[in-house]
Design a protein around this ligand. Sequence first.
Ligand SMILES: O=C[C@H](O)COP(=O)(O)O
Length: 246
Amino acid sequence: MPKRLIAGNWKMNGLKAAVSEAETVAKSLSEQSADCDVLICPPATLIAVFEEKLTGTAVQYGGQDCHTNESGAHTGDISAEMLADLGCAFGIVGHSERRTDHGETNDEVKAKAYALTRANVLPIICIGETQSERESGNTLKVLTEQVENSVPTDLDGTKMVVAYEPVWAIGTGLVPELSDIEEAHNHIRATLTNMGIANADEIRLLYGGSVKPGNAGEILTVSNVNGALVGGASLKAADFLGIIRA
Ligand SMILES: O=C[C@H](O)COP(=O)(O)O
């Protein structure tokens, strides 16, 4: 079974003072190690501060998005190489907020995953159904389509992470039944295997959507759940540590 990954996504939250929360997490892990990898993806404005404060600690850090090109005239964008330059271990791509706010397609998400791989940054590829897709009984169909079209087939399974985030569970306090999470994760694993991806059984499948200290323990026991992608609860060290220790 792959080593668990507990990843925090700060989204568009956090000024410089917030880095102390990440430092508190790192200090706690130095006093008592955790049986999982720990990652925080701050806003791009803080990545250089993370490099300064967290290099050499047990807290890895990463980006929330990247451009597909290495450099060029793309105002406001950041390349995978720029993330690598600051020591980012991972990069999130295809988060539902990027798909919604910026109209990102599966093809673009896949291209971004390749860009990260080019720069030796591990992609965390996000997928997940909307509420209406779930209500119309199309959850597994949507997941199949997203996995088949967002995940590169020629990357080794140890070199990527897939995050299942039901869109309706993000930031709402709503969480699927554990049996629904299990069905989705088993389906995602089977789809990745059917795609012929090498070491598909080693791909870490994260669950994301209203993960809190109080529900993380049971979610992390679900078959084929190899970690969590945490939004709101990753902003405060106490909450994030509660999930890491769950
Ligand atoms: O990337 C993280 C997810 O969108 C989950 O966010 P949340 O934990 O605030 O629901």
